[in-house]
Design a protein around this ligand. Structure first.
Ligand SMILES: *[C@@H]1O[C@H](CO)[C@@H](O)[C@H](O)[C@H]1NC(C)=O
Ligand SMILES: *[C@@H]1O[C@H](CO)[C@@H](O)[C@H](O)[C@H]1NC(C)=O
Length: 149
């Protein structure tokens, strides 16, 4: 193949990679958590504004189907952390899983939905955002997105 043409295709591929990284934030199930004694439900997540921006108030709306009975004292949190080293960026923001207006209790097989609103930290160019529904020892649902500006 002509060298210029090859370069052109390489360039197109590069542009599509750059564009892909600017796409809206996508959450996926968290990797398994070592020692977690319960099954983790997947979460469908939408975030607004999207993409997540430094110091903006972000609203996360999640929904899922519980794979376990979720205790009424469970918490729902959003955490930002660095990709390298994994250190958290500021403190997580928490909401009660069973706050006023939430359908509770949520039993195994029940569908649930929740929202959490939190002001984002001053964020680096690359970070993870993790949404978790847990108690001290059990994680009932988890979703993570990697953001790379
Ligand atoms: C960041 O999230 C990805 C999944 O999007 C995960 O595989 C990776 O382990 C996470 N890294 C850190 C440091 O949390
Ligand atoms: C959950 O879903 C119901 C019905 O679809 C909706 O009316 C409600 O606003 C949602 N609640 C949250 C917290 O997203």
């Amino acid at each position: 193949m002509n060298r210029n043409l090859l370069f052109f295709f390489f360039f197109l591929a590069l542009i599509s990679v750059i564009n892909a990284s600017k796409k809206a934030t996508k959450f996926e199930p968290c990797p398994p958590i070592k020692g977690n004694p319960v099954d983790m439900a997947a979460l469908t997540v939408s975030v607004s504004p999207n993409p997540i921006a430094s110091r903006k108030v972000e609203t996360y709306t999640v929904s899922g189907t519980a794979l376990e009975d979720i205790p009424t004292d469970a918490e729902f949190s959003i955490t930002y952390n660095y990709l390298i080293g994994g250190r958290t960026i500021g403190l997580p923001d928490f909401a009660r899983f069973c706050a006023k207006g939430n359908n509770c209790p949520v039993k195994k097989g029940d569908k649930f939905n929740r929202t959490i609103t939190a002001k984002a930290r001053k964020l680096p160019k690359a970070f993870n955002a993790t949404l978790v529904i847990n108690t001290i020892h059990e994680t009932y649902a988890c979703a993570v997105a990697t953001i790379q500006a």
